[in-house]
Design a binder for this molecule. Structure first.
Ligand code: ASP
Ligand code: MG
Length: 418
């Protein structure tokens, strides 16, 4: 009868705005049908309807400020259960075989870090059987998993359905993973700030990792890490396109796949930063450790760190940044250890922003950052701190200059669309 050659597998992921109501879910079904008709076996990963997870989280917090994290997961995982069932029904309505799969049914095995669980392994045998025997589209709940030893439902952290999708693509050995969202790809910077920003055809995993962690909120950072480790070719594309005429979106892929590499690929910014400076800390071995170890223990991620060379050989200043949401906790941790650290003054600023330029081309070009410092100075923008790595540099500035700084760097590196 039919040939025995297995069909290629495609994972498609649709975020909250793409499944916001039944009409939008019908539109998603048309995108899925197009790919089934093109000859793929399709697994679709869905988020909850937009706003749903926020509502569920608020209910939990209303029920008890210090809630049981296992029950938080039981509640917030429910949003995805609804959309899997609805999409399966809409697919059946247009003549496709389809069924829903909850995280525990796939299964996505995770650890027991409720609220931010990590995936340990993925099953997927049932999904593959459905492909082979019934050409059945698998509609999979993103964001959720199961901790098998306790038998409890877990969730992967906010935005986690991107990670669910990439993990499934790796687990099923899919040809690629298409992440459908409300933007048509990854841009050189935020188009709301720079109208001349343009969509990138391709971005290297490493660059996307930097962009995602620096505030370009297209993809959850963990999903990019996973795509890089398993070399999953991942497209970011729009679900608002006409399903009959889809646009290509942006491919996130291995660096070798990108022929023409510009020096700078994108400019990212984050206003979610706070700066802390400790004045006159003793300049002796072990001081940096005693500042940063307690912060790490409190699970506070420190980003930029600047330490001066001491002028008198006795004391020095240390400046670092933390996420705004951790600012109060960070100050409390430092103050608790004041005796040991022996600083004379703690100064801080919350009205700061971090602007970063990213590009793997920086590896082979000198003076990329120096150019930026000059351009920012010419516009009267003061730089509070700088960090650099192989493929990016970041500057900390006053938040009021964010837009100007982003625009300046965007044109400086030739990213403005013609
Ligand atoms: N629904 C979850 C959230 O809003 C997971 C996701 O959409 O990625 O965070
Ligand atoms: Mg998302």
């Amino acid at each position: 009868m039919s040939s025995t050659k297995p069909r290629p597998i495609l994972v498609m992921k649709f975020g909250g705005t793409s499944v916001a109501n039944v009409e939008r879910i019908r539109n998603v079904a048309q995108h899925v049908k197009r790919e089934v008709d093109a000859g793929y076996d399709v697994a679709v990963v869905v988020s909850a309807m937009s706003g749903k997870t926020n509502e569920l989280v608020a209910w939990v917090k209303d029920a008890a400020p210090l809630y049981d994290a296992r029950e938080y997961d039981a509640v917030v995982a429910s949003g995805e259960q609804v959309t899997t069932g609805l999409l399966a029904i809409c697919l059946q309505e247009i003549g496709l075989n389809a069924r829903s799969w909850q995280g525990w049914q796939v299964p996505y095995e995770t650890d027991d870090a409720h609220g931010s669980a990590r995936i340990a392994s993925i099953g997927g045998e049932g999904i593959l059987k459905g492909f082979a025997e019934r050409r059945e589209v698998a509609v999979v709940a993103g964001f959720q998993g199961i901790h098998t030893p306790t038998g409890r439902i877990t969730t992967l952290g906010r935005g986690g359905s991107d990670t669910s999708a990439v993990a499934l693509a790796a687990g099923l050995k899919a040809e690629r993973c298409d992440i459908y969202t409300d933007v048509d790809g990854v841009y050189t910077t935020d188009p709301r700030i720079v109208p001349k920003a343009h969509r990138l055809d391709k971005v290297a995993f490493e660059e996307m990792l930097e962009m995602a962690s620096l505030g370009a909120k297209v993809l959850q950072v963990r999903s990019v890490e996973l795509a890089m480790v398993h070399n999953v070719r991942t497209f970011v594309r729009s679900s608002f396109d006409n399903p009959a005429q889809p646009m290509p979106g942006t491919l996130i892929c291995a660096e070798e796949e990108i022929m023409e590499q510009p020096v700078v690929t994108g400019i990212a910014y984050s206003k979610d930063e706070a700066q802390i400076t400790l004045r006159e800390v003793a300049d002796k071995p072990g001081v940096a450790a005693s500042v940063f170890a307690p912060l790490a223990e409190a699970n506070i991620v420190v980003d930029m760190i600047v330490q001066n060379v001491s002028a008198d050989g006795k004391t020095t200043d240390i400046t670092f940044t933390v996420p705004s949401s951790d600012y109060a906790r960070a100050v409390a941790v430092i103050e608790k250890n004041k005796d040991e650290l022996g600083y004379t003054l703690l100064q801080s600023a919350q009205d700061v922003a971090k602007i970063s330029a990213i590009g793997i081309g920086m590896r082979s070009h000198a003076g990329v950052a120096a150019k930026a410092f000059k351009a920012l100075a010419d516009r009267g923008i003061n730089i509070r701190a700088i960090t650099t790595s192989e493929i990016k540099f970041s500057v900390l500035i006053d938040v009021a200059y964010t837009e100007l700084a982003v625009r300046t760097l965007h044109s400086l590196y030739g990213l403005d669309a013609a």
